[in-house]
Design a binder for this molecule. Structure first.
Ligand code: ATP
Ligand code: MG
Length: 286
């Protein structure tokens, strides 16, 4: 009894705030404050461990933590025996190769026998092995972007988001090797109770993610357009259609995907829809 799912999250860094926010939206409110190693949730059988993201794969493999939230890039790099359960939709970034900006880039073969500085030697080695290109990898733990400038390497492999750090260091991005985002990983042998807690947590994560990807929409339409508008709006089962006080007019309520929204609105307007309201959804359990 009283078993708790131990969830490892980053202690401080780019993932911390969003990880805590996701758990909070899932109804997992962690007690305890700054600088702590552990915190318990008061209303859900979860205990959080605050760790460096580098250590999370190992701890989850060993069962010190049952699940963890971290960047996919770190999961690939550490190559531990854990399962990726699902993507979480935040901390998106890409990992790219960059070279001095005045170099003439000729394609991947440019890197043959070049020295590349990185904090991600495993991912980089696998990439060049697949492409059958021989490179020398110089592993450094931080400030990778200065390596070419100080003569340590010919090129770098690192996380890029806007590219401004590269630019500042006289580099240009020439190849994207992988794209990454935050994921939930789990130990391969969770017991029955922990699996049940994880299932509950996943249902909640799904509800939160669905909600952020969908919008609630309401609009008014003349009777003649209702059938066509319904075809545009799948809704959760099917749209709700209600009679308005004004004769010949109907209100239609439905759920639409955020990325399809503008396209649908344009078409509905053409069909004669009026008073279109779009409302954010807080949770969506389907
Ligand atoms: P720790 O002290 O926990 O080891 P860190 O310095 O390794 O932290 P952060 O810089 O906090 O890590 O980045 C954590 C993760 O955030 C990265 O592994 C990556 O998945 C993701 N990320 C998203 N955008 C960026 C970015 N622009 N730069 C670096 N990481 C990013
Ligand atoms: Mg780290």
């Amino acid at each position: 009894m009283n078993e708790r799912l131990k969830i490892a999250i980053q202690k401080s860094g780019r993932l911390s705030e969003k990880s805590l926010e996701l758990l909070k939206e899932c109804g997992v409110n962690l007690l305890g404050g700054n600088g702590k190693l552990k915190a318990e949730a008061k209303n859900f059988p979860v205990e959080a461990l605050f760790l460096r993201d580098d250590d999370i794969p190992q701890y989850v493999e060993q069962g010190v933590a049952d699940v963890g939230i971290l960047g996919e890039n770190e999961v690939w790099e550490k190559n531990k025996n854990v399962v990726i359960i699902r993507k979480l939709g935040f901390a998106g970034c890409r990992m790219s190769l960059a070279i001095p900006k005045d170099e003439n880039y000729t394609g991947l073969s440019y890197f043959m026998d070049k020295k590349i500085a990185t904090s991600y030697p495993v991912i980089l080695n696998r990439f060049f092995k697949n492409h059958k290109i021989r490179v020398e990898i110089e592993e450094i733990s931080g400030s990778v972007e200065i390596a070419p400038g100080i003569g340590l390497a010919d090129a770098i492999f690192d996380i890029v988001s806007t590219g401004s750090t590269l630019l500042m260091n006289g580099l240009k991005e020439v190849e994207t090797v992988i794209e990454s985002e935050a994921v939930l990983i789990a130990n391969k042998k969770l017991g029955k109770t922990k699996n049940e807690i994880l299932e509950k947590l996943l249902l909640r994560i799904k509800a939160v993610r669905n909600a952020s990807e969908n919008k609630y929409i309401t609009l008014n339409a003349p009777e003649a357009a209702v059938a066509e508008i319904i075809k545009l709006l799948p809704g959760m089962k099917s749209p709700t259609v209600v009679k308005l006080a004004e004769k010949g007019w109907y209100g239609i309520h439905s759920v639409v995907k955020e990325d399809e929204f503008w396209d649908i609105v344009d078409k509905m307007k053409q069909l004669g829809a009026e008073g279109i309201l779009v409302i954010p959804i807080e949770k969506m359990v389907i």
